[in-house]
Design a protein around this ligand. Structure first.
Ligand SMILES: [Fe+2]
Ligand SMILES: [Fe+2]
Length: 192
């Protein structure tokens, strides 16, 4: 067995990327070539745009929370924004993970057996992220309910946002480097 497979790749927090054996298609389809590939428009572009939306929502929640801690924004306006952006982020992420686990991953894993194990890792990430998201929602609710002048709950929420951002970023990068090459090589057949 390859050394890479002896590492506990399912530990999202410790992972530094997928092993070379699972990046086998990336050599022929490097990230910088994706946007000009004939197979990019349509499903791949749509799906990468979802990831971009998650990253932007987390960037915005982070900057608004930092501004609130610096006293640069109105407390009530901040709470309204966190409530709206946080609900959108968590709801959309749960739906996105569900579709990937139930529909995308089984179809993509069957397209190339060399990388099938990668989809088990990504599925495992989603379950790990469920726990992180539960904690995130609790921290967001505490920040929303806190006294308008209190900063402790908002500081905790900023920390939780940083944790989610770091773990989700690892997951999204690994997922993109597994999913995009296999679709560009084998097409979108079966994905509907
Ligand atoms: Fe995912
Ligand atoms: Fe995804």
């Amino acid at each position: 067995m390859n050394d890479d497979f002896r590492m506990d790749l399912t530990r999202l927090g410790d992972r530094e990327g997928l092993p070379d054996a699972l990046r086998v298609l990336l050599g022929d389809y490097p990230r910088e070539s994706w946007a000009t590939d004939p197979g990019f428009d349509g499903l791949v572009r749509f799906w990468l745009d979802r990831h971009l939306m998650f990253r932007r929502l987390l960037d915005r929640i982070t900057s608004e929370t930092e501004a609130r801690l610096d006293g640069k924004t109105d407390p009530m306006l901040y709470k309204a924004h966190v409530s709206k952006l946080g609900s959108m982020l968590v709801g959309e992420l749960h739906g996105h993970h569900n579709i990937e686990d139930m529909h995308y991953f089984p179809v993509l894993a069957a397209k190339d057996s060399r990388i099938a194990r990668g989809f088990e890792i990504l599925d495992h990430d989603h379950h790990a992220l469920d726990g992180i998201l539960d904690r995130y929602v609790k921290a967001a609710n505490a920040a929303i309910k806190a006294d308008p002048q209190a900063t402790g709950e908002i500081g905790t929420f900023l920390d939780e946002t940083g944790t989610l951002r770091r773990l989700l970023s690892r997951h999204l990068i690994d997922e993109e480097e597994l999913v995009v090459p296999v679709i560009l090589k084998h097409g979108t057949g079966g994905l509907g």
